[in-house]
Ligand binder design. Structure first.
Ligand SMILES: O=C(COP(=O)(O)O)[C@H](O)[C@H](O)COP(=O)(O)O
Ligand SMILES: [Mg+2]
Length: 425
């Protein structure tokens, strides 16, 4: 067992990995996972050098059996990797090792990465978010309450002018933010180069009419060079934000985009994440992905709502919130398996979105607190009296919580909320 050392005490400089594995022999599999994710392979090689082995091998320092499933044992293993084995400022390169071949190994009946602990030198190798929650609140001039966003619906299909009108109506009704949906890019009926100017023109109109700062989040997701062209268009048009579908774009594109040093607030949509985060037996937790995206420098990140249409238990969603909001995170050995110090790196604004409508607002704020961006698509554009009233109802639901009133009390003051509470019981 060249890579198992249960007496090893991790150094503060090690990158630590916590993995849930299913296998017939936990110690053997832990050894193989450590080898295959670092310097080894399935057999000893004549070319191995003693200093390579001494300096660069990881150590499996914890193996805990937590159950059995069929013929497989289920265990939690922890591996400490020396940073010298990595090009630490290269996220894709690092993940190709610690989250690369191991999922496909035949001897593994299940493998899910639960958490990473990034040491100080690794954290400091990344830009992190440009704004932080405070920076975004300052930009939007909203000090206390949750921010309110909407996604224009239908997701795709509206022509540019129709889209812009829906966005305008949402801002007039009280939304701070209007975003493109994850699959709206530059379709023939709504080209990016038209939409970006048309929508921002109406954004300016809505700002004048409401006296409030309004934000548009254009989705620039595209092959990289095209994405940069769209970012430059958004910059020319005066957009303060861009939206990236970070999972489908890939770690390299997200890291590189942050390093382009545009001044944008980067909103990270996580479309496709559940393909690799949802299974309890395989993949990687959304918590671990969220920590990677904080390092890469997204400013806002979808983390779930607990009560909406997308999966994500309360303990897990709150743990993800902790990892992207706090500067020092304490492990709980349920979702957070390592203490994580972020060494002053800016935090990320949590986004609660997916099946949200006014009635859910108090619960979302009770679960996630006020430092949250609450987004509703159907929950605004599905209001029986249309988008403006739908936005008024959602904003009134947030105001109710901030004023310490029940939704029913607030609905006596704001009839649009009353209609929404009736419509979506
Ligand atoms: O368009 C929406 C929500 O629309 P609606 O409000 O109509 O449901 C988002 O893509 C989902 O929130 C993504 O899910 P998640 O935020 O979990 O990644
Ligand atoms: Mg969407």
């Amino acid at each position: 067992m060249d890579y198992v050392d249960l007496n090893y005490t991790p150094s503060e400089n090690d990158l630590l990995s916590c993995i849930r594995v299913k296998a017939k022999n936990l110690m053997k599999v832990a050894n193989e996972i450590a080898a295959e994710s670092s310097i080894g392979t399935w057999t000893k090689v004549q070319t191995m050098k003693s200093d390579v082995y001494e300096k660069l091998r990881p150590k499996v320092y914890e193996i805990e059996e937590i159950g059995e499933e069929g013929e497989s044992k289920v265990g939690i293993i922890k591996i400490a990797y020396p940073l010298d084995a990595f090009e630490i400022e290269n996220m894709p390169g690092t993940l190709a090792g610690i989250a690369g071949n191991i999922f496909g190994m035949k001897i593994v009946d299940g493998l899910r990465i639960l958490d990473y602990r990034f040491p100080e030198k690794f954290v400091k190798a990344y830009r992190g978010p440009r704004y932080g929650i405070d920076g975004i609140r300052k930009l939007l001039k909203v000090e206390e309450r949750p921010l309110l966003g909407t996604i224009v619906k239908p997701k795709v299909g509206l022509k540019t002018d129709e889209f812009a009108e829906v966005a305008y109506n949402a801002w007039i009704g009280g939304c701070d933010i209007v975003k493109d949906d994850e699959n709206l890019v530059s379709q023939s009926f709504n080209k990016f180069e038209d939409r970006i100017f048309k929508v921002l023109e109406l954004r300016d109109k809505a700002e004048e009419e409401t006296g409030e700062k309004k934000i548009y989040m254009p989705n620039i997701t595209a092959p990289y060079r095209e994405m940069i062209k769209r970012a430059e268009l958004a910059e020319d048009a005066g957009s303060e934000y861009v939206m990236l579908d970070v999972v489908v774009l890939g770690f390299s594109a997200v890291q590189q985009f942050r390093e382009e040093d545009f001044k944008f607030v980067i909103h990270a949509h996580r479309a496709m994440h559940a393909a690799i985060t949802r299974s309890k037996d395989w993949g990687i937790t959304m918590l671990t992905l969220a920590k990677i995206y904080r390092l890469l420098g997204v400013d806002q990140l979808h983390i779930g709502t607990v009560v909406g249409k997308m999966e994500g238990e309360r303990a897990e969603v709150c743990a993800i919130r902790d990892e992207i909001v706090l500067d020092k995170v304490e492990k709980d050995d349920k979702n957070k398996f390592f203490d994580q110090d972020w060494f002053g790196m800016n935090n990320v604004f949590p986004v609660a979105s997916g099946g949200v409508y006014p009635k859910l607002v108090p619960e979302i704020i009770e679960i996630l607190g006020k430092d949250v961006i609450i987004q509703a698509g159907g929950g605004i554009h599905g209001h029986p009296e249309g988008t403006v009233k739908g936005a008024i109802a959602m904003r009134a639901a947030i105001d109710a919580v901030m004023e310490g009133k029940s939704l029913e009390e607030k609905a006596e003051e704001v009839k649009e909320l009353k209609v929404a509470l009736e419509h979506w019981k």
